[in-house]
Design a binder for this molecule. Structure first.
Ligand SMILES: C[S@@+](CC[C@H](N)C(=O)[O-])C[C@H]1O[C@@H](n2cnc3c(N)ncnc32)[C@H](O)[C@@H]1O
Ligand code: SF4
Ligand code: SF4
Length: 343
């Protein structure tokens, strides 16, 4: 299945479906990229029912605490603001486990009523209703283990089979259901077994990604070519994150693409990006409990931070491994093209 025509749900090519945004990124100074994000990554709650040893949101949870949740009223106001500004999608995701929010069903229903597309990143432990499942354009379940023992050891709770059961229901009621699999030294041995099992359940893809910020279980130089043998027209294994998400220091270019997304944490803080917020010195650019997203997006603190990430030496020193780097390297090359009137 490795050919030029292969486009994946998680690939970089998707950005070209958003021509206005691409044009803005190619033609403007970074501090002047003001169109609303294509999609927003929204944390509903910092609470979680698992305890993954590698959880990248642990530090944020410790700083923000786990007691606060975004209220339904604040979220509804946010959804209307995003819709009016031109944002298309909302990824409901971490901080903690989003499905644990007390108003989860109502929040998803409201986002859809307002006209947003909604995607979900979940640990898959919740038995969601068919009605709610049908609202999502896509769901990605973070499985991160190939059997019950690995799951318990990595994620602290015995829930592997529950998640596989839930997956069947998710797939029956949502058009695109994928698996997120953070690969570590401790869950790579039986990858082929679980990939076959997941394909037989009918999931659309398995996305393998390197664990980040967790050196004791990180892997070096893995070859996943053999997994291509398990692919079919309806199922693929995406390993591009091992190549594309491996740059540190943003590959030595400025961050052109931060405005593709925006990150809103469980206590309402909006961050310039989802990776620099591992640092406790990074200020949020605003808080949606205090003011509107529109004011935050157009506000002084965002412009100040855009100036900061425009500086190559800042990115080289401070950007950790980041999925946005692949867009930045791509846009950096595109911005250098001089013979634009020719193919
Ligand atoms: C922080 S979780 C929040 C949503 C939900 N609780 C879940 O686990 O899907 C979001 C995603 O980040 C992934 N993740 C967590 N820690 C990571 C790490 N150190 N490296 C790479 N991915 C990580 C999880 O596997 C999950 O797919
Ligand atoms: S389930 Fe998600 S939020 Fe909870 S500990 Fe695991 S990765 Fe972190
Ligand atoms: S970590 Fe760096 S490259 Fe990634 S989005 Fe943030 S500023 Fe951009």
């Amino acid at each position: 299945m490795d050919n030029l025509a292969r486009i994946s749900e998680t690939g970089i090519e998707k950005v070209f479906l958003h021509t206005e945004k691409v044009k803005e990124i190619l033609e403007n100074d970074i501090s002047n990229m003001n169109t609303y994000p294509v999609s927003v990554e929204l944390t509903l709650t910092n609470r979680c029912n698992l305890n993954c040893c590698y959880c990248s949101d642990k530090g944020l949870r410790e700083r923000e605490g786990i007691s606060e949740e975004l209220s339904f009223e604040i979220l509804k106001r946010l959804f209307i603001d995003l819709k009016n500004g031109g944002t298309k999608g909302i990824v409901i995701e971490g901080g903690g486990e989003p499905t644990l929010h007390r108003d989860f069903d109502k929040i998803i229903e409201t986002a859809k009523e307002v006209g947003m597309s909604v995607g979900l990143i979940t640990n898959g432990t919740s038995n969601l209703s068919k009605k709610t499942l049908k609202e999502f354009q896509w769901i990605r379940v973070s499985l991160d283990a190939s059997n019950a023992d690995e799951y318990k050891a990595l994620k602290g709770v015995d829930a592997f089979e529950v998640v596989l059961q839930n997956l069947k229901k998710y797939k029956q009621n949502c058009q695109t259901v994928g698996i997120g699999y953070v690969v570590t030294k401790n869950n790579i041995k039986n990858l082929d077994d679980i990939i076959v099992r997941l394909r037989d359940i009918g999931v659309d893809y398995v996305q393998l990604r390197p664990v980040v910020d967790c050196p004791s279980i990180e892997l070096a130089n893995v070859n996943f070519d053999y997994l291509k043998n398990f692919e079919s027209k309806e199922f693929y294994v995406d390993t591009s994150g091992f190549k594309n998400n491996s740059f540190k220091g943003n590959g030595g270019v400025p961050c052109y693409a931060s405005s593709l997304t925006s990150i809103i944490s469980g206590d309402g803080n909006v961050y310039i990006c989802g990776r620099l917020n591992i640092y406790d010195w990074l200020k949020p650019i605003g808080n949606i409990k205090e003011t509107t997203f529109k004011d935050i997006w157009n506000g002084e603190e965002r412009i100040r931070q855009l100036e900061m990430i425009k500086d190559i030496s800042f990115c080289e020193k401070k950007c950790p491994q980041c999925r946005i780097s692949k867009y930045n390297l791509f846009f950096d090359s595109m911005r250098r093209i001089k013979t634009i009137d020719f193919i």
